[in-house]
Design a protein around this ligand. Sequence first.
Ligand code: ZN
Length: 202
Amino acid sequence: MQDLAAGIAHFQRGVFPAKAARFQHLAATHQPSTLFISCSDARVIPELITQSEPGELFVIRTAGNLVPAYAPSAEGVTASIEYAVAVLGVSDIVVCGHSACGAMTALADGHDLAALPAMAHWLRHADASRARAACAEPGTDKVSALVRHNVIAQLANLATHPCVIRALAAKTVTLRGWVYDIPTGAVDQLDPVTGRSAALAA
Ligand code: ZN
C-alpha cells in the first residue's frame, strides 16, 4: 500500500500540475471518443499503449476481455456498454486481446478450474471463441490462435447489444479488434471477417 500512496503523492506533485487545466475541464465534461474493452491483466494498460489522455478512453476490463452477448438480465458489462454507446456516443469500440492471456491459456490448455467456479462460469462467454479456434489452421500456437479468435468472437457478442446494433445501423460507431503483444509492444488489428491480422502501426 505504501507504493500506491507514494504514487499518488508523485501524481499530485509531479504530474497533476501540468494537466491541471485539463482536469478542470474534465470535472464537468465526459466525452470519450472510444470504448476500450481489454483484459484485466496488469500488463495491458490501454491509456499507455494508445498514449491517450485522461477523458479519452471509456474502459471496461474483464478477465479475457470477454463481452457477454446481450441478455435482458443486464449486468455490469452490459450497462457500461449501453452507457458508453447510447449516452456518451463513442465513435469507436475496441476489443483488445493480448499475448500470454491467462484466461485464454486456461482454456487452450484445458486447466482444471474446479477451484475457480466463478471463473469457470465466466469463461463460458468464450465458448464461441474456442469453437472458432478449433477450426483454425493446424500448426499455429494454441494460445495465440485462441487470443485472436476470442477477439473476433467478442466483437460478434458486442454486436448483439441493441445499443450497438442501433449505432452500427446509423454508422455512428466502428468496431475494431486488436491484439497487443506484451514483449514487443506491437498491436495487430484483426479483420473480423477473414481473421487476418495486420500491424496497426509501424
Ligand atoms: Zn488476459
